[in-house]
Unconditional design. Structure first.
Length: 123
């Protein structure tokens, strides 16, 4: 079964030459002992009020060993002073638990009042 994110993003684009450094505010990556990309997180931020976690991708062979959490933690640490950290993700069963374990809350579950999220995705 293809892994959301990794197969759709990395399989479609070569992230090493994708321009992540140019078009992102912050990029953190992980490589194996051969130098191959095995994980990537990137964010776009105004560095004041909002940080949007654009991609959090981990090669399926390197999942469930703390790499994804380490990548997200690195981004959160960089933007600790920013009030809003936002991300959109696939409706994959394990993703809710993964992000909730790091303090993220789905918009409709936010309290004291729920938040609304709006998205427009082009073709």
């Amino acid at each position: 079964m293809p892994t959301p994110g990794w197969s759709s993003q990395v399989g479609r684009k070569k992230f090493d030459s994708f321009g992540c450094d140019t078009w992102s505010s912050y990029v953190v990556s992980a490589r194996d002992s051969t130098g191959a990309l095995v994980g990537l997180a990137r964010a776009i931020s105004d560095d004041v009020t909002i940080c949007y976690l654009q991609d959090i991708l981990v090669n399926p062979r390197h999942q469930r060993n703390g790499l994804g959490k380490a990548l997200v933690d690195n981004v959160i640490e960089r933007y600790v002073h920013v009030r809003q950290k936002v991300l959109l993700t696939d409706d994959e069963p394990g993703q809710r638990a993964f992000y909730e374990s790091m303090g993220f809350v789905e918009g409709h579950d936010f309290s004291p009042t729920p938040l609304r999220a709006f998205v427009q995705i082009g073709s």
